[in-house]
Structure formats: C-alpha cells, structure tokens
Design a binder for this molecule. Structure first.
Ligand code: SF4
Ligand code: SF4
Length: 373
C-alpha cells in the first residue's frame, strides 16, 4: 500500500514564501491534527556540528513550533548527544552549539531539551524484538513525548548512503550508548596508555565484564575486559572520562542501517498516529551534518516534503534527488555526473537495506503517492 508524501518545490511568490509553503505542508500531517491540548510534542532535528552550515534554519523550525502551539501542544526541540567526542557529546556543549547556530527560545519560541540528558545516560530500554535487539536504548525525552515530528535535512552519509527521517529518528534519538550498539559489530577495546584506573567503567558495566588490575611496573590500575560476557552495550565507552575505551565504528553498512531501523521502530510503535516527518531537500551536501564542514550541494535545491510515514518520505526524498542532474565541482566525481544514484557515486553504499528492513518490520511503506501542495 502506498503512503502519501506531500511535496512543495522551491519556487516562491508573494503569499507563498518558503515558510508559508512549509506551513501548508505541515497542516496536512495527521500528527499535527492529532495533537491534544497540553500534549508534549518533540521536534527532533540536527543542530549541526560546530563548523557545519547545512542544518535547517531556525526560522523554519519556528513555523512548526507555532503551528503546534496553535493546535494546543507544548513543543520542544530535541536531539540526543553524539557518541563521538565532538562538540555535542554532552548536553552543555550540545546546547552551546545549538545556540551558536541560532536555536534558542528567543528565536524558535520553544525550549531545547537534550533528549538523553547531561551525559547521555537518560534513556528508556524499549522493547523491539528485532533480528538484532530485544531492547534498544531510546533517549528519554523522545520516548516520553506524546508526539514526535522529525525535521530532517536530507544529505549524504558514509554508512547509510543518505540520511533522512529514518536516520534522524533511529540514530538521532538513540542514547549515546545506544548509538554504540548501532555502530558496533566488535567488542570495545581498552587503550592502556590512556586509562587512568578510575574504575568508572567497572561501576557502569551492566554485565560485570570489566575489572581493575594492577600490572607490574604500572603506577595506576588498568581496566581489563572479559569479552566472553561483554554484550557490546557501549556503556563503558560513553562513561570513560579519559577516552580510554575505543569507540567501535566497525558496523557494516547493512547492519548499521537495519539496527537503526530497529531503534526508529521502537519509537514509532509507541506513537501510532503521533509521529510524522518533514524532510528538507535543500543544501544537499555529500556528508552528514555531524561533520565540522558542509561541502557544496551535489544537486540543486529541490523542496520540502511532509508525511506521516517516515519510510515513504525517505524513499521519495532519495528518488527526487536521483532524478536531478549532479552539479559540477561537487563531491560527485566528474566521471559519475550522469550516475543514476548520486550518493552511491560518492560513498559507494547500498542504501536500500534500510527500506527493505523497515517495510519488513512494518515501520512504513517504501511505496508512496507524491502530492504537490
Ligand atoms: S560494552 Fe557494555 S557489557 Fe561490554 S564491557 Fe562495556 S559496559 Fe560492559
Ligand atoms: S573509565 Fe576509562 S580511565 Fe577509568 S578505569 Fe575505565 S578505562 Fe580506565
């Protein structure tokens, strides 16, 4: 069965500016129509890594905030902390970057709540019963919100091929250690020269797989891992204050995509009729907004999409991008300008497993009916 995806192009005229067109798109969303008075509504978005300029401008977010308020809801902006130690791996740094990028109460008319708390340890273990996980770690603020609207900047990604609503919800709202679960196919490793023997990892490990010992000739204790009991949950990675436990980025693209689908599924199944997505097909850069730079758009700006189906909206997004001719002097190699699949030409990644698995678990439909607004 096809899902409806609403589309608005980039053409404007008086009375039909881009924010006004966005408003018309949003009004089609069931998630907005279903908001009841006093409900807490999470708007999940990427505030951009420091140095990145591809993120969605606050003025668009403000339009969505105002619509939610008109419907009686109480909106807040949210994203979870990053696994990597950039400028958004704890709530304080994350909020500072968000503010530098123009997101504050004064500009967006809503509070910002970092979804997994100060250090990424505020999460709910939500049941999924998928092929990888029985439970996944979802950021508390996102899980407990009554409704959730994903606002995604669609761009390339080295593991997903591209990132849209599915990645924004699944990876974006996984708590820090949840992000490690999605990325890791390997167990963590202790980097001896960085370990200061503080014992925090031992305290936080849920399976008792870590212990301190005192190697000969070493002044401080050293942490040691028992790989046979380790479940790869990532708690130690995000807990260590000395970066002495290596983040594992070993996940193969297919498994990372499918694991991320399981996280998105865990959120979506708690929010039937209360979840929706808006995708911006603008500044379509080759890499994620987690990068500290934004490379030139690989195709011209296309428009904005809205749907109550987070799978259909992503499929429509990638199809609209691939219908474009790639621009010269971008990350698309000149020899591949005519390549039908733009992000595959850049990253060499097959992005289809996320759709196949999302349909298989019933998260949504990759078939869509595109309706121009
Ligand atoms: S990944 Fe989880 S189970 Fe394994 S050592 Fe770290 S905290 Fe313990
Ligand atoms: S938390 Fe880090 S520094 Fe402390 S004992 Fe564990 S590995 Fe070593």
């Amino acid at each position: 069965m096809s899902s409806i995806v609403y589309f608005s192009d980039m053409r404007t005229k008086r009375g039909a500016s881009l924010p006004e067109k966005l408003e018309r798109l949003c009004k089609e969303l069931a998630v907005l129509k279903n908001i009841r008075k006093g409900e807490l509504v999470a708007i999940t978005l990427h505030f951009g890594e420091r140095g990145n300029t591809g993120f969605i401008r606050p003025l668009f977010i403000r339009r969505i905030v105002d619509l939610i308020k008109l419907a009686g809801g109480k909106p807040f902006l949210t994203d979870a902390n990053t696994l990597y130690r950039g400028d958004r791996s704890n709530a304080v740094d994350h909020m500072n970057v968000a503010m530098e990028h123009g997101f504050s109460y004064a500009t967006v008319n809503a509070p910002i709540i970092i979804a997994d708390g100060l250090r990424g340890k505020d999460y709910v273990e939500a049941p999924v019963n998928g092929k990888y996980f029985k439970k996944v770690k979802i950021s508390s603020a996102a899980y407990h919100a009554d409704s959730l609207i994903s606002v995604a900047h669609v761009k390339g990604h080295m593991l997903f091929g591209f990132g849209g609503a599915l990645k924004n919800i699944g990876m974006g709202l996984g708590a820090r250690s949840g992000k490690q679960m999605m990325h890791a196919d390997l167990k963590p490793e202790i980097v001896a020269k960085k370990c200061v023997g503080c014992g925090l990892c031992v305290k936080w490990c849920p399976t008792g797989s870590l212990s301190l010992f005192e190697p000969q000739g070493r002044e401080k204790p050293l942490s040691a891992l028992n790989p046979s009991t380790c479940i790869g949950c990532g708690e130690c990675v995000v807990t260590c204050p000395s970066e002495a436990i290596k983040i594992s980025w070993s996940g193969a693209p297919q498994s990372v995509q499918e694991k991320t689908v399981e996280f998105a599924w865990a959120i979506a199944k708690e929010k039937t009729g209360k979840i929706g997505a808006i995708n911006f097909l603008t500044n379509i850069s080759p890499d994620c907004d987690c990068m500290s730079h934004t490379d030139a758009s690989i195709v011209p700006d296309i428009g904005m999409l809205a749907s109550d189906d987070i799978v259909a909206i992503d499929r429509a997004s990638i199809d609209l991008i691939n219908q474009q001719t790639a621009l010269l002097n971008t990350a698309v190699p000149e020899s591949k300008l005519g390549h039908a699949d733009k992000f595959a030409a850049i990253h060499g990644i097959d992005w289809t497993p996320q759709f196949t698995y999302a349909e298989q678990v019933g998260l949504g439909s990759a078939k869509y009916d595109l309706r121009k607004i």
